[in-house]
Write a protein that binds this ligand. Sequence first.
Ligand code: HEM
Length: 302
Amino acid sequence: MTEGLIEPEKGQLTYNNYLKVDELIGLQNLQSDPPQHDETLFIIIHQAYELWFKQILHEVSAIIDFLKNDDLLAVFKSCRRVIRIQDLLIKQVDILETMTPNDFNHFRALLNPASGFQSAQFRVFEFQLGLKRRSYLRYHSNDPVATVALNEALDAPTLYDHVLACLDRLGLDIPREILERDISKPHAPSDDLARVFGSIYRNSEDNYHVYLLLELLLDIDQKLISWRWRHVSMVERIIGHTIGTGGSMGVDYLTSTLKKRCFPEIWSARKYVITDLSERPGSMGYSGSTDSELPRPSEPDS
Ligand code: HEM
């Protein structure tokens, strides 16, 4: 069965030296002494995330180049790859949940004040997607490499800026004030833009490439929300409502980030497609309904 397999000669490229496997598997330096079994998992999982973050940033910069050339097919391909990676990142949380609160407690205090909150690549990804917050720079002040990367992302147009410029060139009626805005500031949600997207969604067959682009962007945004939700739920399961090693209110802080939206108008465009029952007097809608069996918006469906 192994006939024909090559026996490498000295100096030839091998799996090991190409991928620097020895260096890679030597990068797990535990803080605990005596070593705590689960700290190895904790380190490897974070390192795996950072490698995938690196690949995501690599894809985002490719997407931006493709957008500059109005090459939507290439944009679709890279967006799909980002989405697949995000699926994996969400799934990875399952592995970490095999660690019990007590397993984590054996080395948690040794991690203080380090936290995933300081992941510069995660923050660059957020900034590139439009979630720019200059105040986050101060949490990286002791890391010159991270500071440069974060400043670059803060001062550069976001993925969304490039998307909108591309759609403008393709003939969509993108509001001028958005195209000419100060790119160092966060994007201010625009109802005019949501109406433009609403018209795309109402006629998706006639604008299929634009529709597909918007849906892929929405996938990326939604997967990020799913990751946030999966992460906070895991955090609650392991540390409950205690303060994070980074010093935040832990679960409460993380829950507040669930509201973040990278592409607000792609979400709000839905209201220009779906009939709003509350705006139809005398209908079975929420505002005018006297039917006690219909759930009201504030009540959970049961
Ligand atoms: C036992 C496992 C984990 C616990 C208990 C945990 C806990 C926390 C807590 C409490 C925070 C809020 C900041 C703070 O006060 O520290 C946080 C933020 C964060 N964590 Fe985790 N985490 C865990 C695993 C991970 C993993 C595997 C990643 C993957 C990279 C990660 C990435 C992040 C990121 C990116 C933030 C910042 C989120 C934001 O600001 O929106 N965490 N984590």
